[in-house]
Design a binder for this molecule. Structure first.
Ligand SMILES: [Zn+2]
Ligand SMILES: [Zn+2]
Ligand SMILES: [Zn+2]
Ligand SMILES: [Zn+2]
Length: 380
């Protein structure tokens, strides 16, 4: 039985499948990990052009010719496995993400299966077919990378929005971000289109609320929850409120957003392993590590100068536990990455014990996170 060839793109289906894919991936943070989405599909894999070319002894030009694209393609192998090939030399991370999303769209919309083509090259399809598939895959990619219900959550919290906000929040190219904004204005002009809730929003609302209401530290440029009076990484109290404008003006800084190292703890603030001797199964009631005497919880220690107290026997230095008990601002256990107390700006116990690197050292050695991201490589 052969089905009738499609005569026009089915944008409704492309959008529906895009949203379902995001929803079922259970991701709760933005930008979405496209890599994770692809990895969750058992017979879909990902390979760089360079590895593909090397295995076959092809030059880069020959690779572009075979794949009919300088960006990427979806290849259906005869063993039923699908491979997304992509050009890793494309400079802009937003463009690579778009290519991966576009090829994922071809896969989920079953374009290869519909035409029984191993590669959806322009030369192997009719112009009409090629055009329809490309439009569907592009539409899918835009909706997957920046789903409208999530864009609307940002709009709701800022009341206005710029392309750069989309570019940063969703890690898209500027072209896609612009398209999203124009699309938004079109929807806003058309009063009949009601902003509908979508189950997708439940997964992301917490993240977006924090992201869009956070403050930005003027000193180290890290985003901070709006409840912090002091930056938890550098101790500065110069913070500016995040609005669409500040989000945008700090966009370039925030693009280099730092993920400072932290010590993983459980909900009681107890480290999963001792940060110094790596002992495991530490009891939540332990103050000190029973193996190496590290003070185990990250807490505010109060002012540096209150560390010494005068007694009749001369000046003595308080222990970390004593400083917390006597001088700390009793903020309880702090995040395992905080170097400074976000309430009073004093040093934390992890910082004082030298368990965390200085923020400046870490920032200076930070490289582009996208470039270091690893993609699954298949051994063929
Ligand atoms: Zn395509
Ligand atoms: Zn800071
Ligand atoms: Zn220890
Ligand atoms: Zn404090």
């Amino acid at each position: 039985m052969t089905s009738k060839p499609q005569s026009k793109p089915d944008y409704g289906l492309a959008q529906q499948i895009a949203y379902e894919t995001v929803l079922s991936s259970n991701q709760q943070k933005l930008p979405l990990s496209i890599k994770k989405l692809i990895k969750s599909i058992p017979n879909l894999h990902i390979q760089k052009y360079s590895s593909f070319a090397k295995k076959r002894g092809l030059t880069r030009e020959e690779t572009y010719e075979i794949t009919d694209s300088e960006e990427g393609c979806l290849w259906m192998r005869n063993d039923g496995q699908y491979i997304i090939l992509y050009n890793e030399l494309v400079e802009n991370s937003g463009r690579i993400r778009f290519t991966l999303a576009h090829e994922l769209g071809h896969y989920l919309l079953k374009h290869n299966e519909k035409t029984k083509k191993t590669l959806l090259a322009r030369y192997s399809l009719t112009n009409e077919e090629y055009d329809i598939f490309e439009k569907e895959a592009n539409y899918f990619a835009k909706r997957l990378l920046a789903p409208i219900p999530l864009v609307d959550l940002y709009v709701a919290s800022w009341s206005r929005i710029y392309p750069e906000c989309i570019e940063f929040a969703f890690d898209t190219s500027f072209t896609v971000a612009n398209y999203i904004i124009n699309d938004l204005h079109r929807r806003q002009r058309n009063a009949n289109i009601v902003c509908e809730g979508h189950p997708l929003t439940h997964n992301f609302i917490d993240y977006i609320n924090i992201d869009s209401s956070s403050q930005i530290c003027m000193n180290c440029h890290s985003p901070q929850p709006s409840t912090h009076k002091f930056c938890a990484f550098c101790g500065s109290n110069e913070m500016i409120k995040s609005t669409a404008k500040s989000y945008t003006s700090y966009f370039l800084e925030r693009r280099k957003v730092m993920i400072y190292s932290k010590i993983e703890t459980n909900e009681q603030g107890t480290p999963l392993v001792c940060p110094r001797c790596e002992a495991e199964n530490l009891d939540d009631n332990f103050k000190y590590c029973p193996y190496c005497t590290t003070f185990l919880h990250n807490v505010c220690l109060g002012k540096e100068e209150d560390k010494f107290v005068k007694t009749i026997n001369g000046e003595i230095e308080l222990t970390v536990a004593e400083r917390y008990d006597q001088n700390g601002c009793s903020n309880g256990n702090l995040d395992g990455g905080f170097r400074y107390c976000p309430e009073c700006g004093c040093e934390t116990s992890y910082n004082e014990q030298g368990l965390l690197d200085n923020w400046r050292t870490e920032k200076d050695s930070n490289s582009d996170p996208f470039k270091s991201a690893e993609f699954t490589e298949l051994p063929f």
